[in-house]
Ligand binder design. Structure first.
Ligand code: DAH
Length: 329
């Protein structure tokens, strides 16, 4: 019969090297089972001592317990070793230097045109104007017909219209909201209508999509003097109290009389808006009695004052969405 004590020491060395070789908790569990499990080698030695005499059985029993304890201790030590090296690896991989300066978050902000639009809305709301809205795809009637553009009149082409299927157009101006907002409304009222408009046009100051604001005021005794006063006040608000301005007689189908307004800006006259007394036929087209009510209207680009305010020389820079440029505005 083999010497159990020698067997046990060999077993212990075998177990220790298996435990040392285990490179994961899973491998370690398997190594432990191989020696200490029910079908493990140490259990087999234990089963074998039944045939020994009393003294030998006690000696070998003690030896088995010593070896079992040693293997158990080696397993525990290895288990801790594996856990801490996994932790070390984790820490090394996700090293965090809390003394580094934080990077500043990149905050979003409103587009210059949105800011200008919001500011102009506030200006007119303080004067008692409501804010009205209208669609960008519009009927020919609301964009032209009801605004007194004659059928087949070249004025429709003058505005470089984008035509859409089904007889619709991309609105060429925010004046379409005059028709939408005035129809079914009883004067007196005043409102503005900001929004996108579209025309076939492209150079340093024109873009196929741009922004306008329309202003309308209708009442019982609204006069051209009221229009002039409103425009002068608005130009002073935009360009400063001592801005030089002038009115030029002009033609719009939807106003009579009509005028364009210029301001003296950086050494030249800059046209900033169209205006006039709302044509009686336009009022009538909206169900408003022109014998009783009169009103003025004006319309202007929101982009132009935004370009001046934010120092943008080319209108494309407003709309191409280049973050490097927008961040400087
Ligand atoms: N709709 C005109 C345009 O886009 C601007 C305009 C002129 C609006 C006179 C008005 C107005 O309300 O009275 O060129």
């Amino acid at each position: 019969m083999a010497q159990p004590a020698q067997d046990l020491d060999a077993l212990l060395r075998e177990a220790e090297s298996a435990i040392a070789a285990a490179d994961s908790q899973q491998a370690l569990n398997e190594a432990r089972a191989r020696f200490l499990g029910k079908k493990g080698s140490v259990s087999a030695v234990l089963r074998g001592i039944g045939g020994l005499d009393g003294e030998a059985r006690a000696r070998v029993g003690k030896d088995v317990n010593r070896v079992k304890g040693a293997i158990e201790a080696a397993v525990t030590a290895r288990r801790e070793g594996l856990a801490s090296s996994a932790r070390d690896r984790d820490l090394a991989e996700h090293r965090l230097d809390v003394t580094l300066p934080a990077s500043a978050p990149r905050a979003g902000r409103l587009h210059p045109v949105s800011r200008m639009e919001a500011e102009l809305c506030r200006y007119f709301q303080q004067l008692g104007y409501d804010v009205e809205d209208g669609p960008e795809v519009e009927t020919d009637h609301n964009n032209f017909g009801a605004l007194n553009f004659p059928e087949d009149h070249p004025a429709r082409d003058l505005q470089d219209t984008f035509f859409v299927e089904g007889g619709h157009v991309l609105r060429t101006h925010t004046s379409n909201v005059q028709i939408r907002a005035m129809t079914g409304k009883q004067p007196p009222f005043r409102f503005i209508a900001p929004g996108r408009v579209f025309r076939h046009d492209l150079d340093a100051t024109h873009f196929p999509m741009f922004h306008q604001m329309e202003a309308v005021c209708v009442g019982e005794s609204v006069s051209f003097a009221d229009l002039k006063g409103s425009l002068c006040g608005f130009a002073r608000y935009l360009f400063g109290d001592d801005v030089k301005m002038r009115f030029r007689a002009h033609y719009f189908p939807f106003t009579e009389p009509s005028a364009e307004m210029d301001v003296w800006w950086q050494g030249r006259w800059l046209e900033i808006m169209g205006s006039g007394m709302i044509h009686p036929r336009v009022l009538a087209n909206c169900g408003i009695d022109p014998e009783r009510w009169q009103g003025f209207a004006f319309g202007f680009s929101i982009d132009r004052p935004a370009m001046i305010r934010f120092g943008v020389p080319n209108i494309r820079q407003l709309f191409e969405g280049d973050v490097r440029i927008l961040e400087q505005l």
